[in-house]
Ligand binder design. Structure first.
Ligand code: EPZ
Length: 422
């Protein structure tokens, strides 16, 4: 297992290109199953999760070609000859459940392994299943798999009201509804930019969708969808992560492709902390001129609130802030696993249930730490870049799921970082 070594080395300055969004690409790729014509995604990120989704789609019979060094995914699902998403692939990545809705919508049947939990929580998929049942799917859970078939061979439109916001359940239902017979209304739908991006791609394929980005999405089912070419939206979580580099180390970094509308609530907290964010012709420029940032309080919420996927990274910053900050994690039940690792670096954090109270310190100290999940891994790198001395982050396979070419991008702004291959 690889590790990454970083050295605390003062202000970072320069330019970082932001990739296409992992969490958009992972829901756009299953859309290929909805059409027999080619679907091509551009601006795709080069990540291990994308490789896993590629492997899954290919196991179903789809053709997926990774072109231009992985930035273009040329897909075709003309011949789907297997409708079983196997546990060995699904257990590696929860987003695999997103092939269920499209397979049901296209061919009326599917067998998909239940994803199982993950480090940050149980993460059930009951909302996905309830939405598909409302659309006429008959589901039989056995042997760890969902055996699904559409009554009468085709899903039908339905009104689906989610009891609470779920990104994945909204995506599964949206994908399925495009080919259902009749009208589907998704109420209390997720509003994340990745949902908007998916709707825009599906509309390019001929789907009839209204309301994406609001909490009510209406879909008029059609009989077939065409192919399309669609650019993956900028990754707002990679963007927010790299905007924190000058905040925690000092300096000035311009994130190419960054857009304020993708990170509104996050930027509000950054500015409250004393960091300057300016929109440029190429993206977002972030500067921290004076010393330590101010302490701020953070509560994670569904979009457009503060994203849970930036909570760990923000905690790393607040470990160095001047004052006491409180972070409230309201989306996942176990998403403070980076805290014990930050404590090893001299941070002062008290975790009680969904609240973490962080008392900022002048300087963190480098240490050997362990990545526990994707966003925790990058929070430890942020902390290491600001710490005194050297930090070695182990189990960086977590990092490679969501951050492409991380050493190259960080070296580009002056970071001392290297990968240790064991
Ligand atoms: C997506 O996960 C993202 N993953 C997550 O990013 C992100 O943290 C999350 O949305 C919230 O924004 C992808 O898009 C691939 P949810 P998802 O359904 O869809 C519970 C990352 O780091 N829930 O919005 O799984 C669930 O347990 C990852 O890139 C149910 O109880 O999230 C959670 O507590 C981590 N039943 C809450 O709802 C369900 O059927 C929100 O989950 C579905 C979800």
């Amino acid at each position: 297992m690889d590790s990454i070594l970083v050295k605390g080395n003062g202000p970072l300055n320069g330019v970082i290109p932001i990739a296409g969004a992992k969490n958009a690409c992972l829901t756009l790729m299953p859309a290929t199953l909805l059409s027999e014509e080619p679907l091509t995604l551009t601006n795709a990120p080069r990540l291990s999760d994308i490789a896993t989704m590629t492997q899954l789609l290919q196991s179903l019979g789809a053709e997926v070609a990774s072109l231009q060094d992985g930035q273009v995914l040329a897909m075709s699902s003309h011949d789907i000859n297997n409708h079983t998403a196997d546990y060995d692939i699904v257990r590696k990545m929860r987003a695999s459940i997103l092939v269920l809705g499209p397979m049901l919508a296209r061919d009326g049947h599917a067998i998909v392994s239940l994803p199982g939990g993950c480090a940050i929580g149980a993460r059930p998929v009951d909302l996905h299943l309830k939405a598909l049942e409302a659309m006429g799917a008959e589901l039989d859970l056995r042997d760890g798999y969902v055996h699904a078939k559409a009554t009468g061979g085709r899903l039908k439109g339905a009104v689906v009201e989610f009891p609470f916001v779920s990104v994945g359940a909204t995506e599964n239902a949206l994908l399925a509804a495009t080919l259902a017979k009749g009208t589907t209304v998704l109420k209390n739908a997720a509003r994340e930019p990745e949902i908007v991006d998916l709707a825009q791609c599906l509309r390019r394929m001929g789907a009839q969708i209204e309301g994406e980005g609001s909490n009510t999405i209406t879909i008029q089912g059609v009989d077939r969808l065409n192919g399309a070419t669609h650019p993956v939206v900028t990754d707002r979580i990679e963007l927010g992560t790299y905007m924190l580099l000058p905040a925690i180390c000092g300096g000035e970094v311009e994130c190419l492709g960054g857009r304020l509308d993708l990170v509104g609530a996050f930027v509000e907290r950054l500015e409250e902390a004393g960091v300057s964010v300016v929109e440029t012709a190429r993206g977002l420029k972030v500067t921290r001129k004076n010393g330590r940032v101010n302490a701020v309080n953070v509560t994670t919420e569904p979009f457009p609130g503060f994203p849970t996927d930036l909570q760990a990274q923000m905690m790393a910053l607040l470990c160095t802030a001047d004052g006491v900050s409180v972070l409230e994690e309201k989306i996942f039940e176990n998403r403070f696993m980076h805290a014990p690792e930050l404590l090893r670096m001299g941070a002062k954090i008290d975790v009680h249930g969904g609240h973490a109270t962080v008392t900022g310190v002048e300087r963190l100290r480098g240490a050997r730490v362990m990545a526990t999940d994707l966003r925790a891994s990058v929070s430890l790198i942020l902390a290491g870049l600001a710490a005194e001395g050297e930090t070695v982050v182990s189990r960086v396979y977590h990092l490679d799921r969501g951050y492409e070419r991380v050493e190259e991008k960080l070296r580009g702004v002056g970071a001392h970082i290297e990968r240790i291959t064991s």
